[in-house]
Structure formats: structure tokens, C-alpha cells
Write a protein that binds this ligand. Sequence first.
Ligand SMILES: [Zn+2]
Ligand SMILES: [Zn+2]
Length: 280
Amino acid sequence: MGKSKTIIPKNSTDRLLFTLMAVGIPFAVLWLGCVVMPHYHGDINSTVILHIVAALFILYNIFHNMLLVIRTDASGRTSYLPSVLKPGWRYCAICQVNYPPRSYHCHICDECILKRDHHCKFTGCCIGYHNHRYFLIGILYVFIGALYGICYQWDYVYSTINLPAVYFFMTLLAPHFALLFGAISFWGVLVATLHTLGLVVLLLVLYLLLIQVKAICLGQTQYEMKHNIHDYNLSLYKNFVDVLGRRWKIAWLSPFISSPLKGDGINFLKANEYEPPKDI
Ligand SMILES: [Zn+2]
Ligand SMILES: [Zn+2]
């Protein structure tokens, strides 16, 4: 078995970003639930319950996917790695083990990661073959949650700032100027700042998600994308199944739905060795 992992990252930058996420998400939920929601709804009705159920579902997926990203052993220590260096393999002088193609050493995690994608600074660990599914679905739900929150509070923000559209957007960019001109109150500054922060998070997560989806579509890791390596691009379907597992159709509903990966993270079919099924 691999060494036990703590949830809190060891690296100081990672720890800061992890803390921002661990504080930011519950804060956003409390803000939406305790400040924005009472503005729309006077009492608990079916719409309120629907919003709460949706929020709990999104939070459940963010939390457990991120936890499994951290808890899953992405290194090859538990796999059988040969003592003879095979063609295309690489000897890692730090781990003192022969590692298969697509594996790379991470200096922050201090271990080699099978099919290493990248080091995630928010969870403080590497994304590789065995935890890629949880990372991808995790950021998908962070994106859905951020989009949900932004859309949900839009009317509240608009009515709190209470300015014509052009001034509204200017206030989002520079709320302190609107305060100086007496156009909004201190509360308005807070609401505008949080909304802008939410929009920044939304765009950032969208960017991360798009990079991931693009790489997966092309059957590449982030390293292979940077170095223009297209050796493992089989087909769109196979590339996604390689990340999400055999039950990809339902795997995104919960991280606890078992969706075994087809490979072992060590042996990969190359695109030039793969014959797509012929049309009849
Ligand atoms: Zn190594
Ligand atoms: Zn790492």
C-alpha cells in the first residue's frame, strides 16, 4: 500500500490555494443561502427546497470528488514495475524505479505519477491515471456551482446596485468609484465585489475545464499537449472512457458509482497500433 496521505497540502502555495477553496466554497453557499435566498423567498416553498436539493447535490459532488482526488494513490508504487528497463520506459533516479511511458516525476509530490496530467495546486496533489476522473468531474461541478450561484444572485445584485446597465457593469469593475460618487452604499460595494469575484472564479474554472476537455478529446496529458505528442489519440469515445471508466454514462452522477478504468496506467495502446472498427 502507498504511504498515507494527509488532506492538507505540504507545499505553502498549495496550502494557500487549498485554504481559499476550503473557505471560499462554504462562504459562497452561506452567502447564497442566508443573504440572497431570503431576498427572493419569504418562506420555505417547493422552489426553495428544489434550490437546496440542487445545491446539496453539487456540493456533494465537489467535496467527494476532490477528496478522492487527494485520497487516490496516483503513483505507481502499488503497481508491478519491472526491474529491467523496457523500450520507451524511463528510470527515475529519485524514486529509483523504472517507470512506464506517460509517467513523470512530480517534485512537489516527490513521487512518479502514472500517466501524469499535472500537479493540482488546489488539492495539493498530482492528477494522473487513477484520479483523473475525480478531478474532471470535480471541476465540472465547481463550474456548475459557480454558474448556478452567479445566475441565482444576478437579480439580487442588479436590484441592490440599482443603476442603469452601463453603470451597473462599471460598478462591478470598480465598486469603490461608485461609492466615492455616492451611487452605491457600503453594502452595495460588498455585493458588487463578491459578484465580480464569483465571475472571476467562474471564468477561471471554465478555462481549466476547457483545457481538460480539449486534452482528453485529443487523448493527451497536459505534458503531451505542451510537447505536441499525439501518440495515444485513439478516438473521442475511447479517450473519454480512458479517463471516466467503463460506466462513463453515469460515473459523473456520483464519485461513488464504480466505473473501472480499462487499463492499468502502465500499458497504453498507441494510435498507430489501434485499428478502429470497420464500417459494415
Ligand atoms: Zn520519480
Ligand atoms: Zn504533484
